[in-house]
Each structure stands twice: as structure tokens, then as C-alpha cells.
Ligand binder design. Structure first.
Ligand code: ADP
Length: 246
């Protein structure tokens, strides 16, 4: 759960990056955060990770009240959050498997758990065939799938995806959002920052629009789901026509 109550951030330069922002994202929700460059989106992400402090107001993330959270406890907060970046941030000298396993090794997870969990998340993102490949052997869409598996491996309550489709082909962008939505359907809260309006219009859902540090829109928008997607798998169109004629 993410809750901002009357939150403002003023940088030491005097820039007001967020002004009296209030918003709540419940466990299990999926929300798009949209807004033009300089609107305050990155500032909001940095707040949620406690990389910066609110100048005013309260920020609660996954049960942690961030203004009261001691520095020594910040790693506990961050373990409840998985992050997906626009530029993937994979380690080039490590295979897909190692990039993901690394997250668990850093927190001293038992080897037996790593051996089970890593192949499982690789299969969730559909990359079984690429587990032993290096990042430079993958397409942009595949790299982002690895990054999503890495964000997921520690079973976070919340995934923050910061422009996850910014560096991949537009047609693959839809698959990445569908993958995030599938993960969300299994219970993980997802906050996806994007400025790709086509994607947001296509999928719809909760849209939070930030402009000049303020929330100017926060509501559910209906998506443009295509009819053919509602046909059950395995049922082809001829069968549908036969059924209509019968
Ligand atoms: P977005 O991610 O939506 O592009 P940001 O949160 O990065 O927006 O920026 C919001 C505002 O805060 C902008 O005016 C930006 O120039 C300013 N800003 C961002 N980071 C800093 C910083 N470290 N110091 C001073 N001003 C900053």
C-alpha cells in the first residue's frame, strides 16, 4: 500500500517538485502515473524509496511511515519493493539466470531456495530458453522481461516500473504491460510511470496524471480492449461463425 498525505517536496535549489500531493494506492492495485517531463514523477518514485525526504506531509509505503523510518531500516523497506527501469540495468557479465539470482544472493537467501525460485520467475516471464544467455544476446523486450523477473524474484509487495517501455519497440510495449498486468493479477501492486499515452488509452485502468507537481487527474479510465481478444483460446473464428449459423 502506498499513501501520500499532503506531501510537498522542495529541493534545496528552491524548486517545488511536488505540491500538497495526496494519493492512495491499495494493495493489489495497478496504477499508471503519467505526466510530462519535469512534472514530478521521478521525485515521487524517489520519495517512495526514501532516497529523498518529503519537505511536508506523510508518506507510507507497505506499512512503513517513511518520515519515522530509521536509516538502518531503509533496506527492509526496499526489500518490499521491486523496481524496473527504462534502461534495464542488467549486469552485462552475468547471464539471465545470474542477473536474477544475484538479488537473492545479496540478501543471503538459502541456495536451495535460489535454485527453485530463479527458474520459476524466469518461466513466469517466458524466458526459459534464454536463461544462460547474456544481456547483449537479448532483444530490448527480452531484457525488460529479465528486469521484471529480477524485480519479482524477492516477492515484493509493490513493483515500481519507471518508463519500462521507453527503450523497446512499440509493438513489444504492449506485451510488457500485459506481463505486468499478469503479475498484478497474482496480487503484486504495480505502479507504472509512463508518458506513452497510446498504451494507457489501450489498457485503461487507474490513471494518475501529475502536472507541475500536482495531481490533476486520478480516476479509472476504460481501455480500448479489442473484441477478438475476448475469444477464448483454442476457439477459432470459423468455429464462432459455425456456432452463429447453428
Ligand atoms: P519528472 O520525473 O516528471 O520528469 P522530476 O521529478 O524529475 O520530474 O522533476 C520535478 C521538478 O524538480 C523539475 O522542475 C526538476 O527540474 C526538479 N528537480 C528534480 N530533481 C532535482 C534535484 N535533485 N534538485 C533540484 N531540482 C530537481
Amino acid at each position: 500500500m502506498v499513501e501520500l498525505k499532503n506531501v510537498s517536496v522542495t529541493y534545496s535549489s528552491g524548486v517545488d517538485a511536488l505540491n500538497h500531493v495526496s494519493l492512495k494506492i491499495n494493495d493489489g492495485d495497478f496504477a499508471f502515473v503519467v505526466g510530462s517531463s519535469g512534472a514530478g514523477k521521478s521525485t515521487m518514485i524517489k520519495l517512495l524509496l526514501k532516497e529523498i525526504e518529503a519537505t511536508e506531509g506523510t508518506v507510507v509505503v507497505n506499512g512503513y511511515n517513511l518520515s519515522k523510518l530509521r536509516r538502518s531500516k531503509i533496506p527492509n523497506l526496499r526489500r518490499t519493493i521491486g523496481i524496473v527501469f527504462q534502461d534495464f540495468r542488467l549486469i552485462p557479465s552475468m547471464t539471465v539466470y545470474e542477473n536474477i539470482a544475484f538479488v537473492l544472493r545479496v540478501i543471503d537467501a538459502p541456495k536451495s531456495y535460489i535454485r527453485k525460485r530463479v527458474p520459476y520467475v524466469i518461466s513466469l516471464v517466458g524466458l526459459q530458453a534464454k536463461a544462460n544467455n547474456y544481456p547483449n544476446e537479448l532483444s530490448g523486450g527480452e531484457k525488460q522481461r529479465v528486469a521484471i523477473a529480477r524485480a519479482l524474484v524477492n516477492d515484493p509487495k509493490l513493483i515500481i516500473a519507471d518508463e519500462p517501455t521507453g527503450n523497446i519497440d512499440p509493438e513489444l510495449s504492449y506485451e510488457i504491460v500485459e506481463l505486468l498486468m499478469g503479475i498484478n493479477a497474482c496480487g503484486t501492486t504495480i505502479l507504472m510511470v509512463t508518458h506513452e499515452h497510446d498504451l494507457v488509452r489501450h489498457f485503461g485502468g487507474r490513471i494518475i496524471n501529475i502536472a507541475k507537481g500536482e495531481i490533476v487527474y486520478d480516476d479509472i479510465m476504460e481501455g480500448e480492449v479489442l473484441y477478438e481478444e475476448t475469444i477464448a483460446p483454442g476457439v477459432d473464428e470459423d468455429m464462432m461463425e459455425d456456432a452463429d449459423e447453428a
